[in-house]
Design a protein around this ligand. Sequence first.
Ligand code: MG
Length: 107
Amino acid sequence: MEKTLEEIQKETDVWASQFERPYFSPLSMVAAMTEECGEVARVMNHLYGDKKLKQSEELKDLGDELADLLFCIVCISNDSKISLEEAWERKVEKLYGRDNERFQRKM
Ligand SMILES: [Mg+2]
């Protein structure tokens, strides 16, 4: 099922709006995002790094952890009334403009 960033933001906002306090405070959301970033790093370290899983530990799904991180980004964006689609368009403009000659292309 494909969804646009706008749809993902709306879906998250509908879900969050059922609660008395839809979003954490901005700094708490940043802290939660940082925690999730650490969980992504942990999985990557278990997959590709030197840190091995504890015997009692199960390898978490990288996609699930990336989705957790995206959820945090969506919540921060919604709370700050930021359109991720518009921000993404500005990002792509940078990639094709400012950074266009930055990396070596395939031969
Ligand atoms: Mg997580």
